[in-house]
Design a protein around this ligand. Sequence first.
Ligand code: ATP
Ligand code: MG
Length: 667
Amino acid sequence: MTKLAYLHEPGVLHNLACRYSLNEIYTYTGNILIAVNPFQRLPHLYDVHMMEQYKGATFGELSPHLFAIADSCYRAMINEHGSQSILVSGESGAGKTETTKMLMRYLAFMGGRSGTEGRTVEQQVLESNPVLEAFGNAKTVKNNNSSRFGKFVEIQFDKYGKISGAAVRTYLLERSRVCQVSDPERNYHCFYMLCSAPPEDVKRFKVGDPRSFHYLNQTSCYEVANVDDAREYLETRNAMDIVGISQEEQDAIFRVVAAILHLGNINFSKGKEIDSSRLRDEKSINHLKTVAELLMCDEKLLEDSLCQRVIVTPDGNITKPLDPDSALQSRDALAKTVYSRLFDWIVDKINNSIGQDPDAISIIGVLDIYGFESFKVNSFEQLCINMTNEKLQQHFNQHVFKMEQEEYTRDEIDWSYVEFVDNQDVLDLIEKKPGGIIALLDEACMFPKSTHETFAQKMYQTYKSHKRFSKPKLARTAFTINHYAGDVTYQADYFLDKNKDYVVAEHQALLNSSRCSFVANLFPPLPEESSKQSKFSSIGTRFKQQLQALMETLSTTEPHYIRCVKPNTVLKPGIFENDNVLNQLRCGGVLEAIRISCAGYPTKRTFDEFIDRFGVLAPELVDSSDEKTACAAICDKMGLKGYQIGKTKVFLRAGQMAELDARRAEV
Ligand code: ATP
Ligand code: MG
């Protein structure tokens, strides 16, 4: 792409489209690898033969490929002992996770120990993918295998360049999906896998037809094209073996998965007392029994924890019944909490069993995280996701800008007036403490009388004159943020609920008392202080901190960027939708990178190249002086302003190359 004479939007787009039609899905734009999802298997593109070819090849010699990026990372690490990172981004379905897996395969190929028997570290790293996907991926409108969490995999290398450990960090699993799914989406894959397990397991875990479970039958989608849930169950079990999850642990995991399904089938009706509730019917009673059996906890305690709350007062505890609606909410809260603890447990287990290498010389980190989102209705999740993207965008801009500056410095040109546009103001608006949106939200969550409306009013007041914030006309709870990738309007309606992460004390006590140590360990006892009241902890703030830690890790590495692009919304090969792709290039910062480079000197030509091309404009000058002087003389003769002559190259401002070309055409 950078060899194109004119680097601008239509040129970039046209180039990508042409290459895509030839199945050339990878293209470099300066530092960035653009990967367009082929939506068809291209097996030869990723086989061992291909890996052999890219191994040690000079960057840029072979066709653009993600293996080339992985290889240059690996070699940079070996040669300079510096840590590297590969940041993969793109919208849902663009191919981030597939790209990440291929990168990991290449790194395992380079850093694996040949001839080692059994479970090697690199095998464990690779097999962590199917395990995480079983519990963290689901079919959505946009992608049949959509990751509902962000992931940073840190692969550690020893002084011989061999993989010696790894750590997986995950971000913000979508919890609401456990209890709430709509057509044409599905719940997490693991639920369907378990329902399609071999008969003895179906019986053992007391599951059956997915159509019989409320958490699965709110949508009419049960199957995914080309996915065999029965086979996936066995493969997941196998992958769990490899990453070091024991048979007993696996059984416990699937018992918890089954328990969640039964929990969803418990219903309530009005009880005898006012505003109280009881189990609705025989069926609900049976499901409650099954949940208690599967979780190995007390049936009565389970029922109470769903239908009552204990309120702590100075005069002692008071038991307050819950009405059927609140009981239903309590049930769903329990399901979500258990599921997210289960997911975290799996991630921890993978990390413990792969093991960290405290003596690692350096790391290569691979980031697979949700891209910028802007839907018809945007909520708290989108705000967190877009905050992530603002942060990564800032990191990216700073890096691209730094690289440009380094080149200018190397060639000793004056670049003092090249302006750098920053998105710090958007980040401040969202995450500044105090005063940012997340801080206001936390305040609202701690104040018992707040509602989403008072929260919205507070924002309207606070950010009245903020350039990046606006209130849509007639809005009562909606607000718009002007992100680097465009305006997004958020509905504040569920922000308070979604930001609160507390485990109901009764649920905590119930599960901690489980006779199954696995379940009890998912809910370790809280320290004395906080167990008395369900203390508020903020999901937004925790996420912000995780993100901060991630950025700190990234800042110690040399970054490499891969932008995945989804060529069409029908998920079919061969279709390239221009507007759609252009928008993704914009959101992925590709156009911003082009813009940054245009703000400086987008075209650089060595003296040689320059004279080859433009010598005809002033043949008399070329013969009578040295190359450097001749280049300057040509520019002056053509009336160019603001160009620079460095030590080895001519640096042209945006548009000047086109000007010279036009003059050349006249000669
Ligand atoms: P999400 O944000 O929803 O997790 P994603 O960017 O991770 O999306 P993937 O799951 O990686 O998207 O890709 C979606 C689908 O596109 C894959 O399931 C696969 O069918 C296809 N796909 C992506 N990349 C490739 C590739 N390199 N070769 C063949 N098919 C691909
Ligand atoms: Mg994914």
